[in-house]
Design a protein around this ligand. Structure first.
Ligand SMILES: NC(=O)c1ccc[n+]([C@@H]2O[C@H](COP(=O)([O-])OP(=O)(O)OC[C@H]3O[C@@H](n4cnc5c(N)ncnc54)[C@H](O)[C@@H]3O)[C@@H](O)[C@H]2O)c1
Length: 302
């Protein structure tokens, strides 16, 4: 039988902490779950698609959990008003124990530009001396297009952003994690559409691109585990963002339809990604890699 044991925790955690106290009552009982395991104190993050939607929500969550700086990569030259409001709000936030909210930074970048992504992340590494977290959230969804007529250029464009772009983002951050020899967490925003097909929606390019992301994460997780870099996916169900508003605001009957397709009977809000993003980014999930976390209101369960 193997005698390989897991490494000791970095500080007494959970039952080990209780047993240490039982042996030596002078060690005061202290909660660690929210203050240490879930804390992103001083970490540095990169979030693609961070100008709005799920990317911006993720970036804000990382900062609320204590990150020093989160760099949002997105297409516009300048960030939008929502992004600016979040930056201002976080900068004014009191995180407790005299700590102020960290920096929300903006980088104009196209995730399909591999070299550009690597260089931009390298500059962040030069400046911050570390990169710990990556959330690859940039993505696009096209209008319904018949799979037998699907135009090559449009199919390539969707894969270029949703699949290649996720790879280039993960590489950009992962190269910095590797450079500094720190454990890191890469979180790719896939979709339930990578595992199921949305009924009555002709989205073959999107579904294909997201399925590829699920396998990309498993594959990268297996290569990067030895470096202590974890790679996981989050697969959201229907969430109300600009992406889905393009459908919901023009076809209002879809709201009732999509809502009826999960046991919770409603679509989700972007803020409902905060907990899962923080958990995967943080040391609260140090034994989780190569996993897909479905956050779909149970859509996949039916
Ligand atoms: N909203 C949902 O219901 C839902 C469900 C499952 C998965 N997702 C996924 O979540 C992610 C975020 O989507 P969202 O709903 O917040 O949509 P969104 O349209 O609000 O945000 C997507 C962001 O990606 C950016 N982006 C697009 N192409 C880019 C490029 N080439 N380079 C850099 N940035 C680029 C956009 O500018 C935008 O800011 C996407 O990957 C999407 O597929 C969304």
């Amino acid at each position: 039988m193997s005698t390989l044991k897991p490494p000791e925790p970095p500080y007494p955690i959970g039952v080990v902490a209780a047993l240490a106290h039982a042996k030596d009552p002078s060690i005061a009982p202290k909660p660690t779950l929210l203050t240490r395991e879930f804390s992103l104190d001083d970490r540095v993050g990169i979030v693609s698609g961070g100008n709005r939607g799920l990317g911006l929500e993720a970036a804000m969550a990382l900062l609320e959990a204590g990150a020093r700086a989160v760099y949002c990569f997105d297409l516009p030259q300048e960030p939008g008003d929502e992004w600016k409001a979040v930056k201002d709000y976080i900068a004014k936030m009191d995180l407790g124990n005299g700590k102020q909210g960290g920096r929300l930074e903006y980088v104009s970048a196209d995730v399909t530009d591999q070299k550009g992504m690597w260089e931009k992340a390298e500059k962040i590494g030069d400046k911050e001396g570390r990169v710990d977290v990556c959330v690859a959230a940039a993505g696009i969804l096209k209008n319904h297009t018949d799979c037998l007529e699907y135009p090559a250029e449009q199919f390539k464009q969707v894969l270029d952003i949703n699949t290649h772009g996720v790879l280039f983002t993960a590489q950009a951050a992962g190269r910095q994690m590797s450079r500094f020899g720190l454990p890191g967490s890469i979180v790719m925003i896939a979709s339930m559409s990578g595992s199921i097909t949305n009924r009555d929606h002709a989205w073959v390019s999107y579904n294909t691109s997201k399925s590829a992301v699920l396998q990309m994460a498993r594959s990268m997780a297996c290569e990067l585990g030895v470096k202590g870099i974890r790679v996981n996916t989050i697969s959201p169900g229907h969430i109300y963002t600009s992406m889905t508003a393009a459908y919901l605001d023009t076809q209002p009957e879809l709201l009732a339809k999509w809502s009826s397709m999960n046991p919770l009977g409603r679509i989700g809000r972007p803020d409902e990604m905060r907990g899962v993003v923080t958990w995967l980014a943080s040391d609260a999930s140090t034994f989780c890699t190569g996993s897909d976390i479905l956050v779909s209101g149970g859509h996949h369960a039916w």
